[in-house]
Design a binder for this molecule. Structure first.
Ligand SMILES: [Zn+2]
Length: 126
């Protein structure tokens, strides 16, 4: 099991059969949880996840050194934006993803938290 460090960015995947890699930056760590950002361009979002959940993801690669050369993640600039809801791109709008490690066969989608929809930025108010 990989030990995740605050300020580092990792490629992970949700199960061994997934061919989709997701970039996850660890923003904060508490005793029981990590605050992470899922990097997906303008669709990036942040989530608190308990450590057990984070460790369920399959570690692929530490990409911190690549991300440090990319200023867009370090930017503190904020903008007011207009958003619209679209079907979640991870679970394809089902709210769950396959989980071969449980008898249930699936688990709540970590991207939309089972909401099936995610916010897409469609424009700025500026
Ligand atoms: Zn989802």
């Amino acid at each position: 099991m990989e030990t995740y460090k605050v300020g580092s960015t990792y490629l992970v995947k949700f199960n061994t059969h997934s061919d989709v890699l997701i970039s996850m930056m660890v923003l904060l760590e508490t005793e029981k949880a990590f605050h992470v950002r899922w990097n997906n361009g303008q669709n990036s979002n942040e989530q608190w996840l308990d450590k057990k959940t984070v460790n369920d993801y399959i570690f692929v690669e530490d990409i911190t050194s690549f991300m440090k050369n990319d200023n867009k993640w370090g930017s503190v600039e904020t903008k007011k934006v207009k958003t619209s809801l679209i079907p979640c791109f991870i679970c394809k709008g089902f709210g769950t993803i396959p989980d071969t490690s449980s008898t249930a066969g699936n688990k709540i989608c970590p991207r939309c938290n089972g909401a099936k929809m995610i916010e897409l930025i469609v424009g700025t108010n500026n």
